[in-house]
Design a protein around this ligand. Sequence first.
Ligand SMILES: [Fe+2]
Length: 398
Amino acid sequence: MADRVKFGINAVDELPTDISSWNARSATIITDEGLAQTGMIDEITDCLEETFVHIYTGVEADPSIKVFEEALEFVRERDPDVIIAVGGGSSIDVAKTASVIHDEDGSVRDYIAPPTGGGKEITEPGVPVIAIPTTAGTGSESSPVSVISLPEKQLKVGISSKYQYPDLAVVDPRLTTSLPSNLTAYSGLDALSHAVEAYVTRPFDGKEQPQTPEGRPDYNGRTLLTDQLATTAIKLISENLRPAVNNGANLEARRNMSLASLLAGIAFTNAGLGATHALALSVAGKHNTPHGLTIATLLPAVMRFNAAAQPERFQTMAELLGEDLSSGSQRSKALKSASAVASLAEDVGVLGGLSELGVAENELPQLAENTMQLERLLVGNPRMVTKDAAKAILQDAF
Ligand SMILES: [Fe+2]
């Protein structure tokens, strides 16, 4: 997780003191144009009156490599003492990568794993990063990963490094109150998928061991610790996502969603994810659909596929999601977790399947094929995913 986390309403007001611990005389804020126009960025720069601030506003949703390269250039030219990311996962991802590469040679592409990129290693910490999320969902404020779109390859790839953990995450639920209801829904369901996937992912010794320790992905497998975080997050989301979507100004619901997102983020960063994220990266790489919406569309189908592998855990999730388990077979109780997620998604406005996202049925074999390349995610899935299984899940979610 981030080196330090400050959570609470108005936590962002203490930013000047937080920054002073780095003796920062200059800061670069990385954000998007929309937020820059809301006045939120002005509020932050006003409170940093002692600090010289530059603002990069070029971040887009699901940012392409072009945005990453441009922000890197911006940071290289200003050479700030600290980087402040304000926004959704996109701004935080862009900031983390700009921080660790800005002092090194080369472009962002050089640091992407081969065959897509040069596979260069990030060898030391970058400029301190303060992550200030304005959505409740991505978990980027507590993770070492950034996700980059490569439109020309119709692919999404990640850069992961222990140096990419933010130095400080300031999670202030007040900053999420102006988030539109559709983005509240998508990011909230993304957080739910992080908790669900972390809760059923394989434990450390339940996966095939890599040939060398270096071959092990960052994800270590689930533990009692990540279970606690994940189950608390599932319950909070089950009780607070609908109210947060229905009334964005409901600060209690917003606070619980921000907390759930943070807990789910820490859970998956340590435990791992599974087939939902692998399939979603494959679909979104091709169609450039928003991450949270793609995840929400796929999650119930993946849960239906996985339920048989971990029936007790799926029953626990059904209970946390408010289902009545007083009767029925073990299988039907486990499957209630998937139908509960499907109705939550529907209630917050995610109504269609993959076809609604612009996916054609004849693309499913290729999307299944692309999914198989996301080994680091699939290896944690509780049930083995073959190419045929991936295709069947996509068909189920169609
Ligand atoms: Fe996600």
